[in-house]
Design a protein around this ligand. Sequence first.
Ligand code: PRP
Length: 220
Amino acid sequence: MITLALSKGRIFEETLPLLRAAGIEVLEDPEKSRKLILATNQSDVRVLVVRATDVPTYVQYGGADLGITGKDTLLEHVAEWGGNVSAAGLYQPLDLQIAKCRISVAVRADFDYASAVRQGSRLKVATKYVAIARDFFATKGVHVDLIKLYGSMELAPLVGMADAIVDLVSTGNTLRANHLVEVEHIMDISSRLVVNQAALKLKQAPIRNIIDAFASAIAK
Ligand code: PRP
């Protein structure tokens, strides 16, 4: 049995064409079904529906053989292993080029970020992406107090809880709707295929087939 961990929403939708390229059709829609294990047209391939932030955990601990996760989620997950994907028992063979967005620093339109940085001010930064934010500001030499949030980061500067946020930006609509502006582009984000290292050894042929099918689908 080959088990693939996916999260609902954009990653799931954008993974379907890649699965199709590997001859795999998921038989149920996770938005309609409450099932957490979805069968496919191949009796030896199944899909687990998990929280986006849990995908690397399922793959690392062998609950799934493979998973698809954003680079953002993967970087936060492996921070505990010194930022090393391989030290976390994972193998990252492919950038799937799906669910593309960026991770940025944003502030209220009336906050002078450039001056605050120039003056060496200590910034309060709210984010779900603590490891990415810590690395970014450390490299820049900016002192920050990080405030961990789990969502709706945009609120923090609006209620005076933070000077800045570090968050994903796709269309920029959420920032605009909340009168925030992007002041730094930290990195581009896309989804990655992650594979459990032990599973790859034990089930080499079927896992390689999936990796190869995904790779040729991306190249098209
Ligand atoms: C993400 C992100 C922003 C929004 C950006 O949230 O946290 O809030 O999308 O997209 P936009 O630039 O197209 O407006 P998501 O909907 O993934 O939910 P989250 O708050 O749980 O992260």
